[in-house]
Write a protein that binds this ligand. Structure first.
Ligand code: DX5
Ligand code: ZN
Length: 224
């Protein structure tokens, strides 16, 4: 069953010279999660932050830190991100050969485990992972940068994933798998993305537009 829309602002669009202040502002503006984009310059053609920055941001908000690892290999860094205070750790199915084991390990650390699919990756990549995870992050841009355009072909993937999650969870009381969508989500397409089946919208550019964090978050949340 699709859940009420939550908004996870991506701090990739924040002012990196004052990230703590930005996280506090997002928290106060009603963000449900703080989406933290970790990039290694290898899995994606950009380089952002590591576990020490996540650790520094942890005291600035009580909201879940939703850490999106666009890195490969990912296993050597899981302990550090968990210790830094990540609540959700999402890894890319494309980042390595042992995604199932990686997700099991994240769960063993007491964190929520997510798997992310690049736009070109078929839904079949999660066929044998859905039973063990808390969320699927559908990339609606090719990962690496904020401010890109939404890839509309992903709407079909979102619809099909919604159907699969609902079929899997309907007979398991309390079982939920969040369907997160990440990349190019804005005021023009948010309704479509929600109506396709998204539970959580990740938004960088749209959240930070004109500095109106609270209004932007509210507009996205009520778009469905
Ligand atoms: C892209 C990141 C996204 C991105 C979203 O690789 O994973 O989270 O920052 O930013 P917008 O909303 O500007 O596309
Ligand atoms: Zn992201």
């Amino acid at each position: 069953m699709q859940q009420p829309t939550r908004i996870a602002p991506s701090i990739l669009s924040a002012d990196f010279a004052k990230l703590g202040e930005e996280v506090r502002a997002l928290d106060a503006a009603g963000a449900d999660y703080i989406h933290i984009d970790v990039m290694d310059g290898h899995f994606v053609p950009n380089l952002t932050i590591g576990p020490d920055v996540v650790k520094a941001l942890r005291p600035h908000t009580g909201k879940p830190l939703d850490v999106h690892l666009m890195i490969s290999p990912v296993d050597p860094y899981l302990d550090a991100f968990a210790a830094a205070g990540a609540d959700i750790i999402t890894v890319h199915a494309e980042a390595g050969p042992h995604t199932h084991r990686t997700l099991q390990y994240i769960k063993s650390l007491g964190k929520k485990a997510g798997v992310s699919l690049n736009p070109g990756t078929p839904l079949s990549a999660v066929d044998y992972l859905l039973d063990d995870i808390d969320l699927v992050l559908v990339m609606s841009v090719n990962p690496g940068f904020g401010g890109q355009s939404f890839i509309t072909s992903q709407l079909d993937k979102i619809c099909e994933l919604r159907r699969r999650i609902d079929a899997l969870c309907k007979d398991v009381p309390g079982r939920t798998i969040d369907l997160q969508v990440d990349g190019g989500v804005n005021f023009d397409n948010a309704a479509q993305v929600i109506n396709a089946g998204a539970d959580v919208l990740v938004a960088g550019t749209a959240t930070f537009a004109n500095g109106a964090y609270a209004d932007n978050i509210m507009r996205l949340k009520n778009a469905g």
